[in-house]
Write a protein that binds this ligand. Structure first.
Ligand code: PGA
Length: 241
């Protein structure tokens, strides 16, 4: 366990337009009325970051991004640097999400470079790891995740978060047993030390409390259920006891 606050992070993925900020308004209102025990993070699409930080300057939550370039600046058309994201109001950035590993062929080495770039810009990277269904069925889930971590994590003491997201649990409505989550998070703790360890993959209001009480689970990375304020709030509330 860490002494840091539980972190409940919402990953909007490629969802949302300006109109979706009405959900953020509802979330902020609810958290202002009744403060969360957990630290709350929302990672909208990058184009909404400056809109969100301008509209909610006193928000009782922090904002983050979903990816960053490993480079600081320069001729990298279409990419966004960690420094740009920090300038747009991000405090965290997700790196190595399995959708980026799959859609963009991101390797552990690239994920590590992105995590280092994030830390250099003052952002806290959330480094994602997780096994596929085939790897779990072959009994190599823990070995795969340990290897991903060793190759993806930046070295040093700069702020860092790790998210364990089994690929087969993301967006599927399936989750590992709490026993399986406990085994994996014990391995993560051995590998990553005292950083916050999030579980992600089909976290919902109905299962959040059970997952968040597993040993070495210090928070959640929430996709689909972070899009609606009501569901995300229920998960945030589940984190406080
Ligand atoms: P999900 O996504 O909660 O929709 O399963 C989690 C994630 O990919 O971060």
């Amino acid at each position: 366990m860490t002494s840091q606050r539980t972190l409940i992070a919402g990953n909007w993925k490629m969802n949302g337009r300006r109109a979706a900020l009405s959900e953020l308004a509802l979330l902020c209102e609810a958290l202002q009325a009744d403060a969360a025990g957990a630290e709350v993070l929302v990672c909208p699409p990058a184009c909404l970051l400056p809109v969100a930080t301008d509209r909610f300057p006193q928000a009782p939550l922090v904002f983050g991004a979903q990816d960053c370039s490993p480079h600081a600046d320069g001729a990298h058309t279409g990419d966004l640097s960690a420094g740009m994201l920090a300038d747009a109001g991000a405090r965290f950035v997700i790196v190595g999400h399995s959708e980026r590993r799959a859609d963009h062929g991101e390797t552990n080495a690239l994920v590590q470079a992105k995590a280092i770039a994030a830390q250099s810009a003052g952002l806290t990277p959330i480094v994602c790891v997780g096994e596929t269904r085939a790897q779990r069925e072959a009994g190599v889930a823990e070995a795969v995740v340990r290897a991903q971590l060793r190759e993806s994590l930046p070295i040093g003491d700069a702020p860092l978060v790790v998210a364990y997201e089994p690929v087969w649990a993301i967006g599927s409505g399936l989750t590992p047993t709490t026993g399986d989550i406990a085994v994996m998070h014990t391995a993560l703790r051995e590998e990553a030390g005292g950083v916050r360890l999030l579980y992600g993959g089909s976290v919902k209001p109905e299962n959040a409390r059970e997952i968040l009480t597993v040993a070495n689970v210090d928070g959640a990375l929430v996709g689909g259920a972070s899009l609606m304020a009501r569901d995300f709030l229920a998960i945030i509330r589940a984190a406080q006891g």
